[in-house]
Design a protein around this ligand. Structure first.
Ligand SMILES: [Zn+2]
Length: 128
């Protein structure tokens, strides 16, 4: 269940609510009230800590696969993915870098943003 943070416009009290998405998005949803109806509040992320968070084990804490398997550490997650023939987007980062280099090499001397070059490229494709 997503966590929604609300702030009282009068006294500034901040409160987390755990709500099903269906409840939050319902047309008749009424935000919690303090001195007045509370407003949705977004905590600004700390960019200095973003990388720490992404590379830490924290993001795996308590994580379970849809089949209930324990994937609560990076190592368990990787093993589960490998054993179930699954992949994540970062498994392709080298593939995409290579493809980008190949695209750049094939466009050498051309500017992909120029209409004329795009038309020429399409014409070359049609001639096959
Ligand atoms: Zn209040």
């Amino acid at each position: 269940m997503p966590t929604y943070t609300f702030k009282c416009p009068t006294c500034g009290l901040v409160r987390d609510e755990f709500l099903p998405l269906a409840v939050y998005t319902a047309p008749d949803f009424a935000p919690p009230a303090c001195h007045a109806p509370m407003e949705r509040f977004f905590t600004p992320p700390d960019p200095a800590r973003a990388l720490d968070y992404l590379i830490s084990e924290t993001i795996y804490e308590g994580l379970q696969a849809p089949d209930g398997a324990d994937i609560s550490t990076r190592a368990k997650h990787r093993a589960y993915m490998r054993d179930n023939n699954l992949t994540t987007i970062d498994d392709f980062s080298e593939t995409w870098k290579r493809a980008a280099r190949e695209r750049e090499a094939s466009m050498a001397g051309q500017d992909a943003s120029r209409v004329r070059d795009i038309v020429d490229a399409v014409n070359r494709l049609e001639r096959g």
